[in-house]
Design a protein around this ligand. Structure first.
Ligand code: MOS
Length: 741
C-alpha cells in the first residue's frame, strides 16, 4: 500500500460539504423536535457605558408568537465565565459597551423573535465611554509570568544599564510606531446555539473550537454538573478564535430552553456576532532597533499598548513575544500595557499577538535595511538566532535560512530594485517586499481513541473539531498510514464533547498534537490485535509466540498465513477492538516545556505589489511563501491553510478594519459590505511550499502544525513591498489608497 502521508488527497469530508450533507450548528432542527423548537433573539444596548434605567417590553410581550421576554429586571440566571467575557449578561443593569445583551426574546419562529426584539425599548443613564486608546492611557503594565518571561526583565549585555543606553550606543537606529484598529474574525458560519434538555441533561449544538472546553464552561455558566452537558460540533464554518470562549449567547439559549421546557435556537446576526463574539484588540506598538553599520543587531525594544475592555477579553499585549526569539541580539526589552476601554470584549484572532507583533518588528527590520543600505533578506540572515536570546535553549528544528534561500529563488528576489519607486509598468509602480513568518508550536499528550472494527475499517475518535482546517483528513491520513490500511477504510469521528478529549482546535496545535497520539494508539492496537490472534481459539495463530507474528497492512502474518484484523475480531466474537491513548506516549515534546529546545514554525514571505500612480490603489500581484513546519501530513489542506494565512495577511495589510466610532462606541462595520475581507479579486495565485522533512525532535510524527503560521509576517511583506514600490511608508493599517496619494 502506498501511504497517503504527505500526499495531495482530497478532503475526506469534501463531498459532505459540497453536497450540503454536512450539518453546521444552525442546521440542527431534528424532526422529533417538530413544533417544539423555539427561537430566541437578543436585544442589545444602544449606549456604550452607563446603566439601564428602565425597559418597556409590553409591545414585545404582546407581539405574535412571543413566549417570553427576559431583561435585567426579569432575568434568567447565568454565571460569568473565567475566559472571554468576564461579566454575565442580564445579571445587572450595568452597560459595559455598546451592543451588550440587555434582553432576550423567545418566540415560535425566528421572524417573530426578531420582530418582537425590535419592539423592546430601554432608557439609560449614561457615562462618557473610553472608546480610544488615548482615553484609557497610560494603561496597566503587564507583568512577566512563566508563559511570557521576557516581560519580567530586559536581557542586557554586561555593562549595559538599560535598553535606552544600548540603543544610544548603536551606530544605526530606527524608531517606529505602528497602529492597528480592531479587526473582526468573520467566520463564515453564523454563531448559533441550539439547546435541548432531557430531564436535567443538556445537549447543545454549537459550532465551537473545543467542544470539551465549551462543555466545561457552559456547565459553569448555566450552573449544572459537567457530567450533564454534551456539546456537539461536527462541522464548523470557521473559528479564527471567535469560537473559543463560551460567550453569553450559549448559556442564555440553554437557560431559556430549561425555563420554557422546549428546545431553543439562538442565532446571532452578523452585526451581533461582531459585537458579541470578540474582535482582535486595537493595538499600538513602538519598535526600536539598534545595529552596527554592517547590520548586526545590538538592541531590540518592543512596546505594546493593547485594548483591554472592562467586559473582558484577550491579552494581545504579548505581541512582542515572538520578538524575543526571532533575531540574535545582546540587548532586548519587551514592555506591554493593557489599556482599559468601554468596548466589546476582545478575543484571540488568527495568530493573535504574533500577527500584529510581527507586522511591527518586520516593518522595523525593513526600515533598518533601508537605513543600512542592505538587502532585507541579508539583514535577516545575518541576525538569524541559533539560541533564544538570553538563554542557551535552541530549537527542535529551525530552517528559516533555508526558507529564505528557497523563497528568494522561487520569487526571483535577485531581480528586485532596492531603490523605491524605480520600477514602473505603465500606470503601475511595482515593488517587492519580504518578511518572516514565525509561530509557536506546542503539543501535549492527550486522549485519542482508535478502534478496529469487524468490517475491516478503523475509527479515530476525539472531541477535537475540524474548524475547516482539514482535521478529518489529517487524522484519517495518520491512522491510514499507521495501520497500513487504505484511506477509504478509515473514519474520523470528531467534534463531540462525549468523545476522548483530544485538544481544542486552537493555536495551530491539532495536527501537531493528534498525529503522534494516533500513531501511538496504532502501535498499541497492533500489539493488541496480535495478542488477540494468539489468544483466540479459532485463530490459526492460537498458542503461538506473539513475537513470531508480524503485522502488515491490516493483517497479522506468521507461519505462512495472513489473517486480517477483521477476521481476528470476528473469530474472537468481539464487536471491535479499541484503545484510548494515555499521557506520556507521544515522543519528545517541543514547545511549552520549561527546559530543552523550544519549537516554532518558520517561514519566509516574498510579495510583489503594484500601486496605481494616479489613484494610489494597491494590489498584490505575486506572493511566494516557503515554510518550515516539519512533516506535512495532508498536502492539500496544508496548502489551503498556508494560502489562507497569506490571504489574511493581505487582508490585514490592505482591507480588514473595524474602527470604533469615538462618540458612540459602535463598530463602523455591521456586515460584510462594511467590513472588507480579501476576496478572489484581491488575491493573485499564491505560491506556497515547504521544506520537506520531519521534525522528530518535536514528536514521533515530526509534524509541528501550521494553521496560523502564514498569517504572521505576510502583512509586513505587503507593507514592505508598498514602500519599495512608492517610497511611502504606511505604519497605520490598513494601507488604503488615500494614504498613498
Ligand atoms: Mo486561535 S486565534 O488560536 O483560535
Amino acid at each position: 500500500m502506498t501511504t497517503p502521508l504527505g500526499s495531495d488527497v482530497p478532503r475526506v469530508d469534501g463531498r459532505l460539504k459540497v453536497t450540503g450533507a454536512a450539518r453546521y450548528s444552525a442546521d440542527h432542527s431534528e424532526d422529533h423536535w417538530a413544533g417544539r423548537l423555539a427561537y430566541a433573539h437578543v436585544v442589545l444596548s444602544t449606549v456604550a457605558r452607563g446603566s439601564v434605567r428602565s425597559m418597556n417590553v409590553d409591545a414585545a410581550r404582546g407581539a405574535p408568537g412571543v413566549l417570553a421576554v427576559y431583561t435585567p429586571f426579569e432575568p434568567l440566571r447565568i454565571y460569568s465565565a473565567s475566559r472571554g467575557e468576564t461579566y454575565a449578561p442580564l445579571q445587572d443593569r450595568d452597560v459595559r459597551f455598546r451592543g451588550q445583551v440587555i434582553g432576550l426574546v423567545v418566540a415560535e419562529t425566528i421572524e417573530q423573535a426578531r420582530e418582537a426584539a425590535a419592539l423592546v425599548s430601554a432608557e439609560y443613564d449614561t457615562v462618557p465611554a473610553r472608546t480610544t486608546l488615548a482615553a484609557g492611557m497610560p494603561g496597566e503594565p503587564v507583568e512577566g509570568d512563566a508563559e511570557f518571561p521576557a516581560q519580567a526583565a530586559p536581557v542586557l549585555a554586561p555593562g549595559v544599564a538599560s535598553i535606552d543606553d544600548a540603543l544610544r550606543a548603536s551606530a544605526v537606529t530606527v524608531d517606529i510606531t505602528v497602529t492597528q484598529l480592531p479587526q473582526s474574525h468573520v467566520a463564515m458560519e453564523p454563531h448559533s446555539t441550539t439547546a435541548v434538555w432531557q430531564n436535567d441533561h443538556l445537549t447543545v449544538y454549537s459550532g465551537c473550537q473545543g467542544p470539551a472546553n465549551y462543555a466545561n464552561t457552559l456547565a459553569e455558566r448555566v450552573g449544572v454538573s459537567r457530567d450533564n452537558v454534551r456539546v456537539i460540533s461536527p462541522f464548523v464554518g470557521g473559528g479564527f478564535g471567535s469560537r473559543v470562549p463560551t460567550w453569553g449567547d450559549g448559556p442564555l439559549a440553554a437557560v431559556a430552553a430549561r425555563a420554557l421546557g422546549r428546545p431553543v435556537k439562538l442565532t446571532l446576526t452578523r452585526e451581533q456576532a461582531f459585537v458579541l463574539t470578540g474582535h482582535r484588540p486595537l493595538i499600538e506598538q513602538r519598535v526600536r532597533l539598534g545595529a552596527s553599520r554592517d547590520g548586526v543587531l545590538n538592541a531590540v525594544s518592543h512596546q505594546c499598548w493593547s485594548e483591554m475592555p472592562v467586559a473582558g477579553g484577550w491579552n494581545e499585549a504579548p505581541a512582542g513575544e515572538t520578538t524575543t526569539v526571532l533575531y540574535r541580539t545582546p540587548n532586548l526589552a519587551i514592555e506591554e500595557r493593557l489599556v482599559p476601554m468601554d468596548t466589546p470584549a476582545t478575543w484571540a484572532m488568527r495568530a493573535p499577538n504574533e500577527a500584529p507583533g510581527m507586522f511591527a518588528l518586520e516593518t522595523a527590520m525593513d526600515e533598518l535595511a533601508v537605513a543600512l543600505g542592505m538587502d532585507p533578506v541579508e539583514l535577516r540572515l545575518r541576525n538569524d538566532a541559533t539560541t533564544v536570546p538570553g538563554s542557551d535553549r535552541g530549537w527542535t528544528s529551525r530552517r528559516l535560512a533555508e526558507c529564505y534561500r528557497v523563497g528568494a529563488e522561487r520569487f526571483g528576489w535577485a531581480d528586485r530594485n532596492p531603490v523605491p519607486g524605480s520600477r514602473i509598468d505603465g500606470e503601475w509602480l511595482v515593488g517587492h517586499g519580504t518578511a518572516t513568518a514565525i509561530y509557536p508550536a506546542n503539543r501535549s499528550d492527550v486522549p485519542v481513541r482508535l478502534t478496529l472494527r469487524d468490517d475491516g475499517t478503523a475509527v479515530v475518535s476525539t472531541s477535537t473539531p475540524d474548524i475547516g482546517t482539514g482535521t478529518y483528513t489529517m487524522a484519517s491520513i495518520v491512522a491510514s498510514d499507521a495501520l497500513g490500511i487504505p484511506l477509504d477504510r478509515v473514519v474520523a469521528e470528531l467534534g463531540d464533547s462525549a468523545l476522548p478529549a483530544g485538544t481544542a482546535a486552537v493555536g495551530s496545535r491539532a495536527a501537531g498534537t493528534l498525529a503522534p497520539m494516533i500513531q501511538d494508539a496504532a502501535r498499541t492496537l497492533i500489539g493488541e490485535i496480535t495478542a488477540l490472534a494468539v489468544r483466540t481459539q479459532r485463530s490459526p495463530f492460537h498458542g503461538l509466540d506473539p513475537a513470531s507474528l508480524t503485522y502488515r497492512e491490516g493483517r497479522v502474518e506468521g507461519n505462512g498465513r495472513a489473517v486480517t484484523f477483521a477476521e481476528i475480531i470476528d473469530m474472537a466474537d468481539l464487536p471491535h477492538l479499541e484503545v484510548t491513548t494515555e499521557g506520556g506516549a507521544g515522543g519528545p515534546g517541543g514547545g511549552g516545556a520549561p527546559e530543552g529546545p523550544v519549537a516554532h514554525g518558520f517561514g519566509a514571505h516574498f510579495c510583489e505589489v503594484r500601486v496605481n500612480r494616479f489613484t494610489g490603489e494597491p494590489r498584490v500581484s505575486r506572493f511566494t511563501t516557503v515554510v518550515d513546519v516539519g512533516q506535512v501530513i495532508s498536502a492539500r489542506t496544508a496548502r489551503s491553510q498556508l494560502v489562507g494565512g497569506v490571504v489574511f495577511g493581505i487582508g490585514a495589510a490592505l482591507l480588514e478594519t473595524n474602527p470604533i466610532e469615538e462618540d458612540s462606541g459602535r463598530f463602523a462595520g455591521a456586515n460584510l459590505a462594511d467590513y472588507l475581507v480579501a476576496v478572489n479579486a484581491d488575491i493573485p495565485p499564491i505560491d506556497v511550499s515547504w521544506i520537506d522533512y520531519a521534525d522528530t525532535a518535536f514528536s514521533s510524527a515530526g509534524a509541528r502544525g501550521l494553521g496560523e503560521l502564514a498569517t504572521v509576517g505576510s502583512s509586513a511583506a505587503v507593507g514592505n513591498a508598498v514602500f519599495n514600490a512608492t517610497g511611502i511608508r504606511i505604519r497605520d493599517l490598513p494601507i488604503t489608497l488615500d494614504k498613498l496619494i
